[in-house]
Ligand binder design. Structure first.
Ligand code: GDP
Ligand code: MG
Length: 175
């Protein structure tokens, strides 16, 4: 007979990455199933809550989105404090955003939580004709730095749920 191993936990998840890469759009797609072509970068609630159920557990994500502070290329320590997971976003049509994503990864690594689950997210995958960063580049960097890599589109919703489910799995495993 299968043992009942159901459990529930709460986890703080932060989004980082340059302005305009689609952080807010990814969260709104995941939490509300909505997408806006002209997402206003600096306005909007910076906090969302979402419950995910996996086979054996329920996880409640407290999702911290920025309210535009990333324009200064760094975030206050309290933004990261206690985070179980981080999503680092770049835009496949911007080489600069990929370069900056690596800096964000370094900043997160400096926060010093070795158990932090990190995802490198190549967003705007629907903009194939404007692609500047190949998937292989993101994949390779992620592999070298122990991150999980995925290409998403908040616009078409490609891989958005997959992203959060994979993070949930890894957070439960790292617990
Ligand atoms: P943030 O500054 O990182 O929070 O980025 P936003 O979510 O505000 O998005 C910036 C702009 O990119 C907005 O105009 C969005 O509509 C657009 N955007 C976000 N995600 C996607 C996507 O997956 N595909 C496309 N084509 N545009 C996107
Ligand atoms: Mg935003």
């Amino acid at each position: 007979m299968a043992k009942n191993r159901s459990s529930s936990m709460q986890a703080k998840l932060v989004l980082v990455g340059d302005m305009g890469t689609g952080k807010t759009s990814i969260v709104l797609r995941f939490v509300k199933g909505q997408y806006f072509d002209c997402q206003e970068s600096t306005i909007g609630a910076a906090f969302f809550s979402q419950i995910l159920s996996l086979n054996e557990a329920t996880i409640k994500f407290d999702i911290w989105d920025t309210a535009g502070q990333e324009r200064y290329h760094s975030l206050a320590p309290m933004y990261y404090r206690g985070a179980a997971a981080a999503i680092v976003v770049y835009d496949i049509s911007s080489t600069e955003s990929f370069t900056r994503a690596k800096k964000w990864v370094e900043e997160l690594q400096r926060q010093g939580n070795p158990c932090l689950v990190m995802a490198l997210v190549a967003n705007k995958a629907d903009l194939e004709e404007k692609r500047k960063v190949f998937a292989e580049e993101g994949e390779q960097y992620a592999e070298e730095n122990g991150l999980f890599f995925i290409e998403t589109s908040a616009k078409t919703s490609q891989n958005v749920n997959e992203l959060f489910y994979e993070i949930a799995k890894r957070v439960l495993k790292a617990r």
